[in-house]
Ligand binder design. Structure first.
Ligand SMILES: [Zn+2]
Length: 153
């Protein structure tokens, strides 16, 4: 008999951008806020079986500053899609000097994380000198499906 693994796993999902554009107190950029849902499941052998907890966070899509929303408030906010063109922010990462010799650094901190504003065309660097693990952490926190990686030599 093999070991049975059980516990909880949390999945995050970017629900979209909602409400009016607002200046962020932290980074001072003006965007609609993002709402991200975190859903925890009790799993057995990594198969999600029973949902145990759902949380919603409303945050600045650029710097991530924000707070937790009550479920009902999140539902209400998500009905307000704002006016004007849909806000488009595409995450992408750059691996700087991707071809440097392996083992040069204990941890390769030469990744950068960017958000491309699909409305203005502006490319915004939101984190630099970070590791591949940091990018995974951002991906989970922001509920992004994927973060395309570009090698910069
Ligand atoms: Zn911000």
């Amino acid at each position: 008999m093999g070991a049975i693994y059980y516990g909880t796993r949390t999945f995050s999902k970017h629900m979209g951008y909602f409400g009016p554009k607002q200046e962020c107190d932290n980074c001072h950029r003006t965007y609609q806020k993002a709402i991200v849902r975190f859903k925890s499941w009790f799993h057995i052998d990594y198969i999600p079986l029973i949902p145990t907890k759902t949380q919603y966070f409303k945050s600045c899509p650029i710097c991530g500053a924000g707070f937790e929303l009550r479920k009902q408030d999140a539902k209400t906010e998500m009905q307000n899609t704002g006016d004007g063109a849909a806000q488009i922010l595409e995450p992408h990462a750059k691996h700087i000097m991707a071809n440097k010799p392996k083992g040069l650094m204990a941890t390769d901190n030469s990744y950068e994380l960017w958000l491309k504003d699909g409305n203005s065309g502006e490319d915004i660097c939101i984190a630099s000198e970070i590791s591949k693990e940091d990018i995974k952490r951002f991906k989970k926190e922001r509920g992004w499906k994927k973060v395309p990686m570009e090698k910069v030599e």
